[in-house]
Design a protein around this ligand. Sequence first.
Ligand code: TYD
Length: 218
Amino acid sequence: MTTQSPGLFIAFEGGDGAGKSTQAAELARTLEARGMTVLRTREPGGTPIGEKLRSLVLDHGHGHIDAHTEALIFAASRAAHASQVIRPALGRGETVLTDRYIDSSVAYQGAGRSLGADAVRSINEWATSGLLPDLTVLLDVDPAVGRQRRTAEDAAEDRLESEADDFHARIREAFLNLAAARPERYLVLPAHLPVTELAARILASVDALLAASPRSPA
Ligand code: TYD
């Protein structure tokens, strides 16, 4: 399925500590310098209701959240994000860069929480009315390295980050499986490469996409 929108939709995915935000910021800066209008956003969150759902599902202290409830909260946040933020921006011809999208749910809830990839994909395709990215950049990180990186930056781990290493290993494998199933829609990069090299490779992919399907500048 394609987004069939004038704007380009790019998702950044990967385990915790992969460096997605850094690369999304870098790409936004480069595209904006060319005069493109870029919307940077993130999940869970991206809308007022989404930000509330984000703290509900990530903060410790709400008691136990069962896996189905967790998956539905992420999907609810995504439904608002897709309809209120992403689709309208794409419709205006803007380039949308999102830090996480449906693949995060398929990996974390489908594989990490063992709900199954098909069930999680299906509720999310319903939630977003089938809105999929034109390109997903997957920053592949060894879970142990990811944990080291994020604890070095930020001592407090959220509910998902603080899960055991085997949870994060299942997530990594799930992301790689998603990319392997549709290689034409993914750019998979080892997250340990230097920031500038990652940025250059991501830009090259985006340029190839723009050349293949030119967009009118927003
Ligand atoms: P993220 O915002 O990337 O973390 P941080 O604030 O540390 O940069 O994501 C928050 C956490 O939510 C992360 O551990 C992944 C998890 N998550 C899911 O489990 N399912 C989802 O659908 C999404 C979007 C995130």
